[in-house]
Design a protein around this ligand. Sequence first.
Ligand SMILES: [Cu+2]
Length: 140
Amino acid sequence: MKRESFVELFIEKIVTKVKISSFVMGLISLVLLSSSNVVFAHAALTKAEPARRAVLTASPKQVRLWFNEEIEADYASLSLHDANGKALTEKKPLVHPDDAKSIYLELPELIGGQYTVKFRVLSVDGHVVDSEYKFTVKNK
Ligand SMILES: [Cu+2]
């Protein structure tokens, strides 16, 4: 065997090892990714009405939130606050009768101003999802 082919063989072995290890790494990251998907399967907000940063010309009757999983009403909170942080209703959110993945809060008549929706829900996996967003009601 010539010296050259030794080198070629050696290089070929390294290339094969690299290929195998990148395959293994790929497999490991795939497993990690899919398991982390399970771990991070929290309730996520998929839709909101009024929407984030919405500018409304009339007072909304309710705030309604949609999630990617069913919501336990006993462990859910949803509140609306004015620009001073004051809660506008003492009412509790209810699970929508037509959709267990959706909760709503009935609202009093709102005057013009900026409002903050605050919500906190418990996922099926036990994680708490806590967030807030704002919308505006224009002065008449
Ligand atoms: Cu989670």
